[in-house]
Design a protein around this ligand. Structure first.
Ligand SMILES: Nc1ncnc2c1ncn2[C@@H]1O[C@H](COP(=O)(O)OP(=O)(O)OP(=O)(O)O)[C@@H](O)[C@H]1O
Length: 254
């Protein structure tokens, strides 16, 4: 399989703090990579650097053979890389459908040619994405009052409406009940089955080990470990730095 994402020597410094410090890894097309590590390890900053939300201090990000570290967010999205956020970032005042349209439109290269602001193709992608995440029946309801899992699914729907080759999920299982985590694992399995490459940051060990082919553990901005979920669970350094901590230990029970 071909390499889809290549991260090489990527760093982000905030003054004297190296939030991400010389991180190198790659992701193969069709693979699911899990990222975990203690709070403040630099996981979200790593996502922000890859998706273009934050500029790198040093290093290179290559997506489908093209360097993207200096491209604006919408260009990166239109190349086929979309993401979700740790906290549900849906537009509360808009309907579920309008939220999906926003994601679909963001990922579409063509300019809006219709006076109501989106093309039939954009609407079609939005409907299809809502159907896929199981929110079609709520399409015309406002997003604001939705429960957490619905908002998280909507965020995933928005990202999928952009038709990504690579989907990056930031703590999708955070705040969910155990049955919701099961549904999420199923949903990520269905996304994988479509051939979409997935990178997820996840503290909930049950979710991480269920979906990830490979795991990258970060600590203090650096890569601490890379291997299979089984190798991770047996690694003494990962146990010492992450799984043995209250964060990792508590979440491992979830
Ligand atoms: N805009 C910023 N300005 C200054 N420091 C920042 C900024 N963003 C992140 N940091 C710092 O960078 C480090 C890494 O933060 P980051 O949010 O990437 O960690 P994380 O691994 O995602 O943590 P968590 O699991 O708690 O979400 C932390 O020390 C954080 O305080």
């Amino acid at each position: 399989m071909d390499t889809l994402l290549e991260v090489d020597g990527l760093s982000k410094h905030y003054g004297g703090l190296a939030a991400v410090d010389d991180v190198t890894f790659s992701v193969t097309e069709g693979e699911t990579l899990g990222i975990a590590g203690p709070n403040g390890a630099g996981k979200t900053t790593l996502f922000d650097l890859i998706s273009g939300h934050v500029g790198a201090t040093a290093g290179r990000v290559s997506f489908a053979g093209q360097e993207i570290q200096r491209l604006p967010i919408h260009r990166i999205c239109r190349l086929g890389l979309s993401r979700t956020f740790q906290l549900p970032s849906v537009i509360d005042s808009q309907t579920v459908f309008a939220n999906a349209v926003a994601g679909s439109h963001f990922g579409t290269a063509q300019k809006a040619r219709f006076r109501w602001g989106y093309t039939p193709e954009v609407a079609e992608r939005a409907h299809e994405a809502l159907d896929f995440v199981g929110l079609s029946d709520k399409a015309s309801t406002p997003a604001g009052p939705l429960p957490v899992f619905d908002k998280k699914r909507l965020m995933i729907g928005q990202a999928l409406a952009a038709r990504p080759r690579l989907l990056m999920l930031d703590e999708p299982a955070g705040g969910l009940t155990p049955p919701e985590v099961d549904s999420l694992v199923e949903l990520i399995g269905a996304i994988r089955a479509r051939g979409v490459t997935v990178i997820l940051i996840e503290h909930v060990m049950r979710a991480l080990t269920a979906v990830a082919d490979r795991v990258l553990i970060m600590n203090q901005g650096r890569r601490l470990f890379e291997g299979t979920p089984a190798q991770m669970m047996a690694d003494p350094e990962v146990a010492r730095v992450y799984l043995g901590t209250s964060a990792g230990g508590d979440h491992a029970q979830s």
